[in-house]
Design a protein around this ligand. Structure first.
Ligand code: FMN
Length: 378
């Protein structure tokens, strides 16, 4: 048995992320106002504990493998100040862990906002609260106004990943080494550092990274167990190529087999027309177009960098569900959408709904049994 396989065997006993289900599922961004949808339509997610915990309990009841919050410190202005209210991820994950029994609970951590000593200790604590179900999602930050609230400028893109590599390296040592150690690196200096007790997951909690650039993908391949890939095209063949490339890179460069996930948004109706009409209403009539303009411009995406029609389509996807894969239609079509993503080779999908609580309740009641019948969860 190779080393990687051995690690999976050890963690499989507590983390559902290594179960045998064909398609793993999760929720995305249930800790922030608006969830994944930038719209003034009625029923968008509020940032309150009742909603967060209700969504987590539903995910847990359906044995979703992942409950993934978004790390966000400030909203995007516009008409809704999208994601402007939010729960801090480690504290949120501790609370959600205590309410759930099955799902892996993630904390999304911006590297420059948390010292690695603190991150390792908090993660270890949540791993104990959850009984070995914690996952650390490492993000380097890109939204300058939120990182600047911490009194330091956002580093250049590739330097952020240099810092992240040192950060996660220290954390992994703190999780696994029994002796105190000194660390003198480029970004951090630690004296006689130690974390006790050790996390429940051996050798350490699962790590996720959603880096999409060459440096981000390299970081994922080297350190993460779960990598995310964004989608430029939604046809089966392009997605298949993208997933294969992500997986192959990790194997070729680092001899590591990593899972590949993406995110998708669900607009479900009793008929396809009803679903499409609601999409039209939510995105075009009530969508927060000034907010999405702020979002893409801070990302450095504009009509100089990509053609105008492509930019408009991208904004539409951001409004509908954080630029995920679109799943729009009847409950049967929702199952078909998930089937397509599974056929493309994805290990798992993070889902979101515009009216998050209502949409997920409907999914649990009417759609999830069909997802099971289709064999996607066996
Ligand atoms: C599923 C998913 C979750 C993400 N979560 C966050 C987050 O919570 N906070 C954040 O600042 N960025 C988040 N990102 C952005 C990524 O960390 C990353 O910066 C982005 O995909 C661009 O890749 P790059 O950093 O390699 O350029 C997320 C991206 C994806 C696809």
């Amino acid at each position: 048995m190779n080393f990687q396989r051995k690690l999976e065997e050890q963690r499989r006993s507590t983390s559902p992320l290594f179960n045998d289900r064909k398609l793993k599922l999760g929720t995305f961004c249930t800790n922030l106002s608006g969830g994944c949808t930038m719209s003034e339509a009625e029923g968008m997610l509020q940032c309150d504990w009742e909603s967060s915990s209700k969504l987590a309990r539903m995910a847990d009841a359906m044995e979703f493998e992942a409950i993934v919050p978004v790390g966000r410190w400030k909203g995007f202005g516009g008409n809704t100040n999208f994601n402007g209210e939010g729960f801090e991820c480690y504290a949120w994950a501790a609370g959600i862990s205590a309410l759930t029994r099955y799902s892996s609970v993630f904390a999304t951590s911006h590297v420059p906002t948390v010292h690695p000593m603190m991150a390792a200790k908090q993660a270890m604590t949540i791993d104990h609260i959850s009984g070995g179900r914690f996952t650390l999602n490492v993000v380097t930050g890109w939204f300058a106004p939120e990182i600047e609230m911490f009194g330091a400028p956002l580093l250049d893109h590739d330097r952020r990943y240099d810092m992240a590599a040192e950060w996660i390296g220290i954390i992994q040592r703190l999780w696994t080494e029994d002796e105190e150690f000194d660390h003198d690196g480029e970004f951090y200096h630690l004296r006689k550092a130690i974390v006790r007790p050790k996390p429940i997951q051996k050798p350490h909690p699962v790590v996720m990274c959603a880096g999409a650039s060459a440096r981000g993908r390299e970081f994922s391949a080297k350190f993460a167990d779960i990598g995310f890939t964004n989608l430029e095209a939604h046809d089966l063949e392009s997605m298949r190529v993208r997933v294969d490339a992500h997986r192959k890179y990790a194997w070729d460069e680092h001899r590591r087999s990593i899972q590949v996930w993406t995110n998708a948004y669900v607009f479900q109706g009793d008929t396809e027309k009803e679903a499409r009409d609601y999409y039209q209403y939510c995105v075009f009539e009530k969508g927060d177009w000034p907010g999405v303009e702020n979002l893409v411009s801070v990302m450095g995406i504009n009509s100089q960098s990509i053609p105008a029609p492509v930019l408009t389509k991208l904004k539409e996807h951001f409004i509908a569900g954080w630029a995920g894969y679109p799943i729009i239609g009847t409950k049967e079509q929702v199952v078909e959408g998930l089937q397509t993503l599974s056929n493309a080779g994805f290990d798992g999908i993070l889902l979101s709904w515009p009216r998050y609580v209502e949409g997920m309740e409907e999914f649990q009641r009417t759609t999830y049994p069909l997802v099971q019948q289709a064999g996607l969860r066996s």
